[in-house]
Ligand binder design. Structure first.
Ligand code: DC
Length: 220
């Protein structure tokens, strides 16, 4: 069983996907975390200057370092670089502000595509991202697309970031999200689109639990 959940930044995909994976007792993979891990590698190796990425060295870094998912709890797999969990380091606004340019690189997307398909080869998964139902698993049986207004998504993201970044303003979070929306939707390779045959769910007036319930009911 492959369940795909796509949508823009902070539409609640990962949280909903986690609840759905728990209900069906299958693995959840947050594909955005792979792009964030690659961005962390690029930044740790000083490969991003003025929003330009040194692609050649980044590909070398990907050959020399192992990006994988390791089990944290039952059905919960988290992204690792060389077997070390990096969850906290990939959730900063610095990573968020650079990840879209890394995710737009064709070679990076090819690398991630291989990893995503390998993970789903021998097991059921619920995977969330931007191109999961359109490019990664176009033939998946269960495809969903979450949408929510920029205002609601910015508030959600701000509430999350505030816990670790005390001085962050809602206005800045909103600006960063709108830039990311533009980059993710207009890039040449695997842009954010509503996948063919997917069910669109607007979460503006729904709680995360209500969205997850809706998806579970539809699948059942
Ligand atoms: O869901 P997120 O904010 O953690 O995703 C981080 C970035 O990764 C996002 O700006 C776009 C990119 N991404 C992508 O291009 N394709 C995916 N399947 C998932 C994420």
């Amino acid at each position: 069983m492959i369940i795909t959940i796509d949508g823009p930044s902070s539409s609640g995909k990962s949280t909903v996907a986690k609840l759905v994976s728990k209900f069906f007792s299958i693995v959840h993979i947050d594909s955005g975390s792979i792009y964030r891990a690659i961005t962390l590698l690029a930044m740790d190796n000083n490969l991003i200057h003025k929003k330009k990425v040194n692609i050649q060295y980044l590909l070398k870094c990907l050959e020399e370092n192992k990006i994988s998912f390791k089990k944290k709890e039952k059905n919960i797999f988290k992204i690792c670089i060389n077997d070390n969990f990096i969850e906290k380091r990939i959730r900063t606004s610095e990573i968020s502000n650079n990840v879209s340019i890394v995710a737009a690189i064709k070679e990076v997307r090819d690398y991630v595509l291989k990893l995503q398909r390998k993970i789903a080869k021998n097991q059921s998964v619920v995977m969330d991202g931007r191109d999961i139902g359109s490019v990664v698993f176009p033939n998946a049986k269960y495809k969903f697309f979450l949408e929510a207004s920029l205002k609601n998504r910015s508030e959600r993201r701000w509430n999350d970031l505030k816990k670790n970044e005390k001085n962050i303003s809602l206005a800045n979070v909103k600006k960063d999200l709108s830039i990311r929306d533009i980059l993710d939707t207009n890039r040449e390779h695997s842009p954010l689109v509503v996948p063919k045959n997917s069910i669109i769910i607007n979460s503006d007036n729904l709680s995360i639990d209500q969205v997850a319930d809706k998806i579970i009911k539809l699948i059942n």
